[in-house]
Structure formats: C-alpha cells, structure tokens
Design a protein around this ligand. Structure first.
Ligand code: Z5A
Ligand code: MG
Length: 211
C-alpha cells in the first residue's frame, strides 16, 4: 500500500485462545487497511521461518522435547530477533497487524505452572503494542470449531488454564471482542478499533513493554 501521510505505523496485536479466530481476522483486517491505502503488514508469532522458529515448530509438533523454561525463552528470543525489524518498519510508517505476541508467551507458559513474573521478565523491553485486541471465546466453543489439530497445546483442559492466565494479564487498555459473534461482526469491530488506533498513535513515541 501507499505510505501513511505522516508519522509512524501502529503495532496492533490480536490475542486469544486457539481457534478464537485470530489468523482469520488478522488477514481480513490487513486487507481492509491496505484497501484504505494504509501501509500495513501481517506478522505472526511464533515466526517459524527463523532458526529459533524452527526449533519452536518442532517442539509444537511433538518432534522434539524441551524443558518448559527453555521453550519459554525460545518463544521470547523469537520476538527479540524480530524487534529491530519491527521497530524500523513502525518508524517508517508501516502498521503491523500481529497474530499473537508476548501475552501468548506468558499465558501458555504460566498455564504449565511456571511463575508468571518469571514468564514476564524476558518480554520486558520488547515493543509495547498500541492496541491489544482479545478475541474472547469459551474454550468449549473454541473446541467445537474445526477440531483441534495435533499440536502440543491443543487440549481443552490446557486451554482452560490458558484462558485463566489471559484473564489475569488483561488490563483496561485491552479491547475485548466477543469472538463467538459472526465473523463479519467481529471484523467490523476490529476495523473500527484499528482505524482509531492508527489515528491516535500518530505523533506518539514507540514505547517498550514494562509490565
Ligand atoms: N505459543 C506459545 O506457547 N508461546 C508464545 O510465545 C507464542 C505462541 C507466540 C502455536 O500458535 C502455538 O504456540 C499456540 C500458542 C503457542 N498453541 N496452541 N495451542 P499458532 O498461532 O501457530 O496457532 P494456530 O494453530 O495457527 O492458530 P490458532 O490459535 O489455533 O487459531 P486462530 O488463529 O485463533 O483461529 P483461526 O484459524 O482464525 O480460526 C479457527 C477456525 O474457526 C477456522 O475454521 C475459522 O474459519 C473458524 N472461525 C473463525 N472465526 C469464527 C467465527 N466468528 N465464527 C465461527 N467460526 C469462526
Ligand atoms: Mg492462528
């Protein structure tokens, strides 16, 4: 798309349980923004394209075993290795629509029983999102959608624990959208949230996650 008239791009993050509709809505939001002439890219974490990402991918597919803290730090390292590129894209005016971020990192590892403060620590200093959209969906309803695949965390009992941890991470700046609504309704809400965010973050400096 064309470059934004002035200022930096927005860091927009979608979070939510498995099957809550993140990937679908990221793709739809991205094409909406590009259609409106915004310079925007779709990103996702884990980014399976790097060496670290390939280790994560093998772990998720149950092709390798890693200690809980080790895989936690790899997920974090996968964001750190992309931090510089994210920053330069944002500063040059590109809006990033990101499918999962640090909140997934903390919620999933804490659901395994790791101390939540320990889980947050390696995320400190990564770029802070301008907007976090949480697609809220009951784990039972999520499980009804298309069925889980064979990846490591795709079990309902585990997803319930993840939901509890997401809940404790929520702060008043998060925009919670009912993920059980029809796709088009969710899509409309995301369009409005993202459009407002892009306008508002114009002129605001980029900040880091502090927790
Ligand atoms: N993980 C971690 O542990 N630590 C980290 O730091 C990070 C991630 C970043 C892989 O992530 C795993 O990594 C994930 C968290 C962990 N583990 N789990 N479980 P991933 O992003 O690669 O996971 P994914 O499998 O690609 O995506 P997903 O989360 O499972 O799904 P989604 O993207 O939220 O949903 P979707 O694919 O858009 O939609 C799912 C289905 O629902 C699909 O058939 C849609 O057509 C349907 N759908 C979507 N919206 C609706 C509505 N509104 N109504 C009805 N049906 C709908
Ligand atoms: Mg997805």
């Amino acid at each position: 798309g064309s470059s934004n008239s002035s200022g930096r791009g927005a860091l927009v993050v979608l979070e939510g349980l498995d099957r809550s509709g993140k990937s679908l809505q990221c793709a739809r939001l991205l094409s909406f923004l590009q259609g409106k002439g915004h310079c925007a890219e779709g990103w996702r974490f884990p980014d399976r394209g790097t060496n670290v990402g390939q280790m994560i991918s093998a772990y998720l597919a149950n092709e390798s075993q890693l200690d809980d803290r080790t895989i936690h730090l790899l997920f974090s390292a996968n964001r750190w290795e992309k931090r510089g590129l994210m920053e330069s894209k944002l500063l040059s005016g590109t809006t990033l629509v990101v499918d999962r971020y640090s909140y997934s990192g903390v919620a999933f590892s804490a659901a395994k029983g790791l101390d939540i403060e320990w889980c947050k620590a390696p995320e400190v200093g990564l770029l802070a999102p301008d907007l976090v959209i949480y697609l809220d969906l009951q784990p039972e309803k999520a499980a009804e959608r298309g069925g889980y695949g064979g990846e490591r965390y795709e079990r309902i009992e585990f997803q319930k624990k993840v939901a509890e941890h997401y809940h404790s991470l929520r702060d008043p700046t998060w925009k919670v959208v009912d993920g059980s609504l029809p796709m088009e309704t969710v899509e409309d809400q995301l369009r409005e949230l993202a459009t407002n965010c892009i306008q508002e973050c114009n002129g605001k400096p980029l900040t880091n996650l502090t927790w």
